[in-house]
Design a protein around this ligand. Structure first.
Ligand SMILES: O=C(O)C(=O)C[C@]1(C(=O)O)C=C[C@@H](O)C=C1
Length: 239
């Protein structure tokens, strides 16, 4: 519905006493939902910090990469969890300012790392690149891989095991994820995460048109990035 003059979700959230946060729960270090349903991750903790500073509690609502932009409109006040700013998404929702720069880079079994340094080396017949559907990874793979085989795997929580088990040769995903996953799985190597193929910024997804709420979130985020809040929250995940 169009916004009433002066009306903002900011007031609704405070009156409700609850910030509804959509997240996919499948993308460490940003968002994770374990088998018991417990949530963790940098952006989950950031959402709790945001809620605390609004004086309300956060409720995390499960979502998917395919539906994040639309889901969030109906069920959530904000969507978090390593969401990349894209111009396509920006047609349907607002973004906060960004908090991390990232980009696509390969992760592969370490013995293969030397073979998959460039997109040219990767886009060859016989190379199997695994991809999770619905996000920017899928877009990137489809745009750049014409000769290689794209293997779709719907569950991002088990996708790295597929690479480990040799069911795929590599995955191309954001460097923050390749760093985290290669720490968990020492047999997997992140290929030049400091020089990714793309430039991406991570930000929080917000309701389209609500500049009052967007402005408040941007002020909160700017403070959190400078007063040590973000550093404290991200340190356990990224060292
Ligand atoms: O779509 C995005 O914005 C993301 O960054 C999410 C995305 C993806 O690109 O598919 C990134 C890494 C994870 O492996 C899962 C999802």
């Amino acid at each position: 519905a169009p916004q009433q003059p002066g009306a903002s979700r900011l007031d609704d959230i405070i009156q409700r006493g609850e910030l509804r946060v959509c997240s996919t729960g499948d993308y460490r270090p940003f968002t994770y939902r374990d088998a018991t349903g417990a949530w963790s991750g940098i952006d989950i903790d950031m959402a709790h910090d945001l809620a605390g500073k609004l004086g309300v509690k956060a409720t995390i609502v499960p979502s998917t990469w395919k539906t994040l932009v639309t889901d969030f409109d109906a069920r959530c006040d904000i969507a978090v969890g390593g969401v990349s700013i894209t111009l396509e998404r920006a047609k349907q929702a607002f973004f906060s300012t960004s908090y991390v720069v990232d980009g696509k880079t390969p992760i592969t079994r370490c013995e293969n790392a030397a073979r998959f340094q460039t997109l040219q080396q990767i886009d060859r017949p016989g190379v199997r690149a695994i991809v999770n559907p619905g996000g920017t990874n899928e877009q990137f793979a489809k745009q750049h891989l014409k000769q290689a085989t794209i293997v779709e795997h719907p569950d991002n929580n088990t996708i790295f095991q597929q690479v480990l088990d040799g069911r795929a040769d590599l995955m191309m995903t954001d460097a923050a994820e390749t760093r985290w996953q290669s720490k968990q799985h020492p047999e997997l190597c992140s290929v030049h995460p400091e020089q990714p193929f793309t430039f991406t910024e991570k930000a929080y997804l917000l309701p389209k048109g609500d500049v009052v709420f967007q402005q408040w979130v941007n002020q909160w985020l700017n403070l959190a990035l400078h007063d040590g809040t973000y550093a404290r929250i991200s340190r356990p995940w990224i060292g």
